[in-house]
Structures are given as structure tokens and as C-alpha cells.
Write a protein that binds this ligand. Structure first.
Ligand code: NAD
Length: 428
């Protein structure tokens, strides 16, 4: 989904081009990596509950699978575009590479608004999506997962359709499945916890005690909820959260300067991660504008909703108190804003490193599903912490050694790994 005039694929290519130049990548490798390997666009015709028919547009993009099967989520969003899916698929390639898991990058989507669809209609879309792409996805080809506005229920419908068509049990086809049906313990928490494992390491690097810090979050969906939960458990104080208000059709910010309780806020949040304004007021939250989350006098900003949120305009709103930006969302910061953040010397934990906990745990889920043997939650989270911490330090070490911005250092590691894979395979 793209905000007006903003093309995430152009931005993903721009980021790639800048680092490819630094790495002196040859032309053929650049040509291969700046476009997806394969992409599919298709119709999904559905019989609606009222008996009429509607046709939804579906996408799947496989950006690169040199290091393993493509991996990436499926979004349901009314403003989904092929360029958003291309960008996200490309970022998945860098994400799996930077955390060094044997998977490639893919992404999918359907142009639809689940707010306006019954569960039965959503099920038809999930099954229709699988029917259209079944020959090109699978545990050894391309493994989907949930993303914005899709969840474990959508994944199990998709798996069920895949297994019906292929006639085999293949729980490794998809991740983010419900527990007991091939899902992994820890998957729900994984992205948000992963964000906070990297923040914990960044704070250690900067010599700051988490107990003396405050943070502001954009979004209160899957990523932000668990990030905020772990942050407060580790002793930090969350003071603001911004979410979408579907009634007013605009974003609003909820602020409680004395500190937000995760349990309290989750109690007034719906399944789309939208907070009930009236209930929030009763609980003593101040209601502010949608952009207020970025203007808070905090140590840490966690954009965890959408792309293009820290751009040339909003970057000016960031207060001098901010020391860390932990990018829970994909593509929240534009290259123009990056230049300002570099100048302000803010420690940015780039998206494809910061939010890689989700795909890392999806990888663990796939391994468990393929083995048909499941680990305990402690085991999953401990393995996740290990992967995220080690990936963060590899990026930090390179950033320090080469005096690079964190995003560029992460790109250098990821692109080098993928470029090595395509070269070793003899593709270019
Ligand atoms: P979600 O659908 O669970 O939650 C999205 C949240 O963003 C909701 O709270 C919603 O109200 C809020 N939001 C929407 N528009 C907004 C706006 N204009 N201003 C403020 N808030 C707004 O989604 P999620 O799974 O938490 O994903 C959030 C981001 O993280 C996306 O960029 C996604 O691609 C990325 N991501 C998700 C995962 C994952 O495992 N879920 C993994 C990696 C990256």
C-alpha cells in the first residue's frame, strides 16, 4: 500500500543502488538484484455472501531465491500496489540474508479491505489466492506468512487449500499457523520481541540504562504490541502510541506521560490494532494528532505501522532527545530523511534488521513443521534472541569499522551475501 506520490519500490532500488556502488558490484549482479526474479499478478473471483460476484487482485513477487526458498508475508490492504509488493519482496531478500537464514525474499498481497468483508468472504479470498499460485509456491519454493491485516486464521485456510489441491500434508508450506496446527510457540511475539532485542543491544552500545529511557510507538498491531510489552518488561517507559482510527479515517496518538501499561492498552484494542478512543479517554489518555507520536521528547522512536512515515517533512519534527530509531515497520524512513538522521547522529536500527525476528521465527516454524517436532517457547525465544543479537552486532561492528550509517552497513552485509550466492550458483 503506498501513500500518495510515494513509490516504495523506487526507494528500495535507490537504497540498493547506493550500496551497490559502494560495493563496486558488477553490472550483471546489479541488474539481477534490482528487479524481482519473478512476479505474478492474478484475479481472484469470489462469490460474496449476498450472492453477487467480486473480483479481487492478487500478487506474489519472488525477488530472489539464490539462498533458499523465497519467504515473505501476504498483506490484505485496499491500497496494495505491485510496487509495494516488489519493494517488500526485495527487503525480504536483504532481511533473510542479514540474519543469515537459508531463505530468499518474496511477498504477496490482495487488494481488499478485511474491515468490509465477512470471515467467509475472507476465507474465499485466501483459498482463491492459493488456487491461482499453487504451482509456484510450496515448502521448497516459496513460503508465505501473515502480514498486515492477515493472521493465523488466514494462513490455515491457505494451508488447507494447498493440501487439498496437492493431496499431501505440507505444514512447511506456510508459516504463522495456529498453535497445534503447525504453528510455532513464540511466533506471535517474535517480531516485536526481536525489535526490542536489538534496542537492548543498541542501548548497551550507547551506554544507556533502559530503565532511564522513554519511548513512543507508531502502530499498535502485532509488531508494536509485543515490542511495547517487552520494552516495559525490561524497565522502559512507553509514553505514546499512535494508531489508525477507522471511524474518523485518520491516525491519532494516545499519550500517557506517566507510562503506558501494556495490559491496559491491549484491553481496549481491536484485532486490527485500533485503540478505542472513548475508552482511552476514560483511562486518562490524552488524545493527540496522528503525527504527535514522532514529536515526543523521548529517547526511542519505534515506527511500527507503515512505510514512508519518517520523510523529509516529518523528520524535522523529531526532538533532539531521540537517540535511537528502531524500525519495526518495513520502509518507514525515506532516503531524504536518512540524510537528516545521519547528520543528527541518531542510531537507526534499520527495518530489515530490526524487524527480522518475524521471519527468523517463521524459519524456526518451518524447520519444526518439516521435522514435525515442536520446540518449547523458551527454546524458540532463546534461539531468536541469539540470532537477532548476533545479526545486530555484525552490522554494528561493520558500521564502526567502516564508519558507515547502520542502514548502509546492514545493506553491505546482506547484498554481499546474496551477490556471493548468485555468483557461486553461476547465475551471473
Ligand atoms: P498490524 O496490521 O497488526 O498493525 C498495524 C498497526 O498500524 C495498527 O495498530 C494500525 O492501527 C496502525 N496504523 C495503520 N495506519 C496507521 C497510520 N496512518 N498511523 C498510525 N498507525 C497506523 O500490522 P503489523 O503486523 O504490526 O505490521 C506493522 C508493520 O511491521 C508493517 O510495516 C509490516 O510490514 C511490518 N512487519 C510485520 C511483521 C510481522 O511479523 N507482523 C514482520 C516484519 C515487519
Amino acid at each position: 500500500m503506498s501513500t500518495e506520490g510515494f513509490n516504495p519500490f523506487k526507494m528500495a532500488q535507490q537504497q540498493f543502488d547506493a550500496v551497490a556502488k559502494k560495493l563496486n558490484l558488477d553490472q550483471a549482479t546489479c541488474d539481477l538484484l534490482r528487479f524481482p526474479e519473478r512476479e505474478y499478478q492474478f484475479n481472484i473471483p469470489i462469490r460474496m455472501d449476498n450472492g453477487t460476484y467480486r473480483v479481487f487482485r492478487g500478487f506474489r513477487v519472488q525477488h530472489n531465491d539464490a539462498r533458499g526458498p523465497a519467504k515473505g508475508g501476504i498483506r490484505f490492504h485496499p491500497n496494495e500496489t505491485i510496487d509495494t509488493v516488489r519493494a517488500l519482496a526485495m527487503w525480504m531478500t536483504w532481511k533473510t540474508a542479514v540474519v543469515d537464514i537459508p531463505l530468499g525474499g518474496g511477498k504477496g498481497g490482495v487488494v481488499c479491505d478485511p474491515h468490509e468483508l465477512t470471515l467467509h468472504e475472507q476465507e474465499q479470498i485466501c483459498r482463491g489466492w492459493v488456487r491461482q499460485i499453487v504451482r509456484n509456491v510450496g515448502p521448497l519454493q516459496d513460503v508465505p506468512a501473515p502480514d498486515v491485516m492477515t493472521n493465523s486464521q488466514h494462513m490455515i485456510w491457505m494451508l488447507d487449500e494447498y493440501e487439498k489441491i496437492t493431496g499431501i500434508k505440507a505444514p512447511g508450506f506456510i508459516t504463522g499457523k495456529p498453535l497445534g496446527l503447525g504453528g510455532s510457540l513464540g511466533r506471535t511475539e517474535a517480531t516485536g520481541y526481536g525489535v526490542m532485542y536489538t534496542v537492548r543491544e543498541a542501548l548497551k552500545h550507547l551506554g544507556i540504562d533502559i530503565k532511564n529511557t522513554t519511548a513512543s510507538f507508531q502502530g499498535f498491531g502485532n509488531v508494536s504490541q509485543y515490542a511495547l510489552d517487552l520494552y516495559t518488561q525490561m524497565g522502559g517507559t512507553a509514553i505514546a502510541v499512535s494508531t489508525w482510527d477507522p471511524k474518523e479515517k485518520r491516525a491519532i496518538t494516545f499519550r500517557k506521560k506517566t507510562g503506558i501499561s501494556f495490559q491496559e492498552l491491549i484491553g481496549i484494542t481491536n484485532k486490527f490494532g485500533e485503540i478505542d478512543k472513548e475508552k482511552a479517554k476514560d483511562l486518562g489518555y490524552e488524545i493527540l494528532d496522528g503525527t504527535a507520536w514522532i514529536e515526543q521528547e523521548v529517547d526511542i522512536l519505534v515506527p511500527a505501522a507503515l512505510e514512508n512515515q519518517i520523510n523529509k517533512d516529518t523528520v524535522q519534527l523529531i526532538k533532539p532527545s531521540v537517540k535511537i530509531i528502531a524500525e519495526g515497520a518495513n520502509g518507514p524512513t525515506t532516503p531524504e530523511a536518512d540524510e537528516v538522521l545521519k547528520a543528527k547522529k541518531i542510531h537507526v536500527i534499520p527495518d530489515f534488521l530490526c524487524n527480522a525476528g518475524g521471519v527468523t521465527c517463521s524459519y524456526f516454524e518451518q524447520v519444526q513443521s518439516n521435522m514435525n517436532y515442536y520446540w518449547t517457547k523458551e527454546e524458540v525465544l532463546q534461539k531468536l534472541d541469539q540470532k537477532m543479537t548476533s545479526a545486530y552486532h555484525s552490522v554494528l561492528d561493520l558500521a564502526i569499522k567502516k564508519n558507515e550509517y547502520m542502514r548502509d552497513a546492514a545493506y553491505m552485509i546482506a547484498i554481499t551475501r546474496v551477490a556471493d550466492a548468485v555468483r557461486l550458483r553461476g547465475w551471473v
